[in-house]
Design a binder for this molecule. Structure first.
Ligand code: PA5
Length: 472
């Protein structure tokens, strides 16, 4: 029996959220009070989460993908058998989830492992168009032994399309007319250009379901195929998300981890905390912070609320890593301005234990470490930093994963998604659009001469010219 079907195991893997250090009881005057939380428009937000659930199609991904998961697993098996490398071409929500889940659940040195240990293809997620990076990729892959997966929900993102053009040209030169053996498309079922190209090239195509926006798409084929290719148990990932969905169905904000985290972030924003630091104490969770940064920034960074009123909302996400950034940023977090909330993410049981051996016993300032484990050390440093931040009067909270596995990562991703949607409701804005990104996309189209963007090009040309005296 799969472990995620055992309710005792599931409950032992439930992630925990501790918000003590957000409260004035712990941190003093700058902390939150129960009254401040209760004064938020919580009942309206809870009602909206119910009434809009139908539109939030990403909420059903843990429940409605049986058929697609089987298709993904079959495709992944074929890729594992016949290819050395799997390359994802995509950006933003089409790349950050695959990177985060891979880093969390695969071997930390996955690509460098010898193939007899790795057993599954190397993974590359190409989420930039730096020309040096593309050339470097081509230096390390054997194109014939590489499966490419081009991922774009809109099917029109210039960065991804430029990568696709380079790769299809290369594949046609190496393989001839039929490149469907080495290229997969993941996109909307009918919108955009990728679906047209997929038809021309007869590509295996995975669909990004309607109502699942880029940054909410990790638990659909966008993320699941890459994870499955790397040998990650995608069913367990989805079961973890489903488990969190159940936990997040509680309407009592104090019993619902996603709702309480969202409420406290929104209450803290009202007190000037415009920065949210995400600081996992595990290398495996480092890129969860990148994924979260997009989710939080792009969803809540909005000029207008739902009534068209200017609000300039949002909270700047900052990525940090424990303990590395204790030696870089924590000075600022304890003694700097009261403009941030820090979320520590801890792990009860790391996947390995490393004992610090005896040595230099005469040097007491070194030898006090001997006999302890690095596990003890990293946890002590996490607690000590949380204590120092709390003592300095700054706000923080802690999320703890009993272990890092597909089940807990599924929970974590889903909890952050619900938290973001709930925060959007509390702020009264549209969590799921990104007009600010669209503006930049349109300007790029105009600069590169895309048909239909003449007016935008004229607008850009009439923008104030850079003054020489300010260019030093
Ligand atoms: O969250 C979003 O919708 C965006 O960040 C997109 O993920 C990003 O712009 C890439 O878009 P697409 O997947 O359409 O290429």
């Amino acid at each position: 029996m799969k472990r995620y079907l055992d309710s005792n195991w599931k409950d032992s893997m439930r992630i925990r959220v501790d918000v003590n250090n957000m409260m004035s009881d712990a941190v003093g005057a700058r902390g939150l009070s129960i009254e401040e939380i209760n004064s938020l428009p919580i009942s309206g937000a809870v009602a909206a989460m119910h009434s809009k659930r139908e539109q939030m199609k990403w909420r059903e991904l843990p429940h409605n993908q049986e058929e697609i998961v089987a298709k993904i697993e079959e495709c992944a098996k074929h890729i594992q058998e016949d290819f050395d490398s799997f390359v994802v071409l995509g950006i933003g929500g089409s790349a950050l989830g695959p990177i985060a889940v891979h880093q969390a659940l695969s071997h930390p040195k996955y690509n460098e492992l010898p193939s007899f240990m790795r057993k599954t293809p190397k993974l590359y997620v190409e989420d930039n168009i730096d020309p040096e990076r593309m050339e470097a990729l081509l230096d390390v892959i054997d194109v014939e032994r590489t499966m490419f997966n081009v991922v774009t929900k809109s099917g029109g993102t210039s960065e991804t399309m430029s990568q696709l053009l380079i790769v299809t040209d290369l594949l046609h030169r190496e393989l001839g007319d039929d490149i469907s053996t080495n290229l997969i498309a993941t996109t909307d079922k009918e919108k955009g250009n990728l679906v047209k190209i997929a038809k021309i090239e007869n590509l295996t195509t995975f669909i990004v379901p309607d109502g699942v926006g880029g940054r909410f798409s990790e638990l659909c084929p966008v993320g699941l195929l890459a994870a499955a290719v790397c040998g990650i148990d995608i069913r367990e990932l989805l079961f973890g998300a489903a488990y969190m969905d159940e936990i997040c169905s509680n309407d009592d904000v104090w019993e619902n981890p996603a709702y309480i985290l969202a409420s406290m972030q929104v209450a803290s924003m009202k007190k000037g905390c415009n920065i949210h630091v995400m600081m996992p104490y595990a290398d495996s969770l480092k890129y969860i912070s990148d994924w979260y940064a997009q989710l939080w920034a792009e969803s809540l960074g909005k000029h207008y609320d739902n009534n068209g009123k200017e609000i300039y909302a949002g909270q700047t996400p900052v990525k940090a890593l424990g303990v590395t950034d204790q030696h870089s940023q924590v000075q600022l977090y304890t003694e700097g301005p009261f403009d941030k909330v820090i979320t520590f993410i801890g792990v009860d049981q790391y996947r390995t234990e490393t004992t610090i051996p005896d040595g230099y016993l005469d040097i007491k300032d070194v030898s006090f470490l001997c006999g302890h484990t690095q596990n003890e050390l990293i946890k002590a440093e996490q607690s000590a930093t949380a204590y120092a931040v709390m003592k300095s009067g700054h706000l923080s909270n802690t999320i703890t994963l009993p272990k890092v596995n597909a089940f807990t990562i599924g929970q974590l991703l889903y909890m952050f998604e619900v938290m973001t949607a709930f925060a959007g409701e509390l702020l009264g804005l549209n969590t799921f659009d990104q007009p600010g990104v669209e503006e930049g996309k349109n300007a790029t189209y105009a600069l590169l001469g895309k048909p239909g963007y003449d007016q935008k090009r004229m607008e850009l040309e009439s923008a104030p010219k850079a003054k020489d005296e300010y260019i030093i």
